[in-house]
Design a protein around this ligand. Sequence first.
Ligand code: 6PG
Length: 248
Amino acid sequence: MTSMPHRVIVQPDAAALAEAAAQRLVDRIAASTAPVAICLTGGSTPKRLYELLATPRWRAQIPWPQVHWFVGDERFVPPDDPLSNIGMARRAFLDACAAPGTVHPVPTDAATPGDAANGYEHTLMTFQAGQRTGRPLFDLVLLGIGPDGHVASLFPNDHAALTERIRRVVGVPRANVAPFVPRVSLTLPGLASTHEMLFLVAGPDKQAILQQILSGADLPASHAHAADGETLWLIDRAARPLNLNDDQ
Ligand code: 6PG
């Protein structure tokens, strides 16, 4: 697996990071052809961004009926479970803003994570074949990084999921970090099928792992990049590695 040189932009703090991410999302949507496909990430970092999208200033800039919302990984729990990634995004902005029929959750009511992955793969491929022929799955993929260098729910020790080159979605029976529930995750090829990949990394507890990733360590997040587009790391000053050469 190749790791790519990284383009990094440092924001002063988490609030500025959320604003910068919102601007990139709005700009990417404006530059895209309908239907626009956005792949959301889970975890705590993006919550601030998601809440921002529901505020009048940002909500007014998004053509909601033209935008479809997916998720890059999901905890294998019911959608109303506090651990649910799509549940967090729904509470933060999707329920208030998204147009009917534009939110595409992972079917976590399936019998197993593998069945849920098969179902989501069908959702993604059907949407692409039907409405985005000849285009990547997504126009923008949002991602975070875990303390172990995981991305989505692709964990360092999960060789099968990390080396999957055909499937776009896989079941992950065991999570490497909390929450220790089974997961469903897009694979590296699934995540790479996008015009833009945007990592959001904030806080001092990410500085060490970010240093490793930007130095080329062989970690899952090191191998995630847009296959035919831009990969950008938006970080805040607290997460900034000491020896970073960044864009500003
Ligand atoms: C998840 C996320 C996961 C997340 C990282 C960072 O399901 O937990 O998709 O990959 O992006 O673990 O999470 P934080 O933003 O909470 O640090």
